[in-house]
Design a protein. Sequence first.
Length: 79
Amino acid sequence: MSLSTEQNAAFLAHGGFTPGASARLLTGVVFAALLVWGVWALRTAYVGWAEHKLTQRQLLGVAVRFAAMYVALTYFLLS
């Protein structure tokens, strides 16, 4: 659903930015949060693997799940 010209002007007048800029900001925040979580998850899994608390298969599982989530979010948010 697209905003009408009047709605877009009202959004810009009251918010000081366009709806497109707001959407880009939200998308950026989601991707930043995903990347921070992914680094934390991969690092934690690597430390567990290095200390022989996780198998290599479990470490690979964490990496594959993170990659799948990143690909899925990229598809849904950027298409």
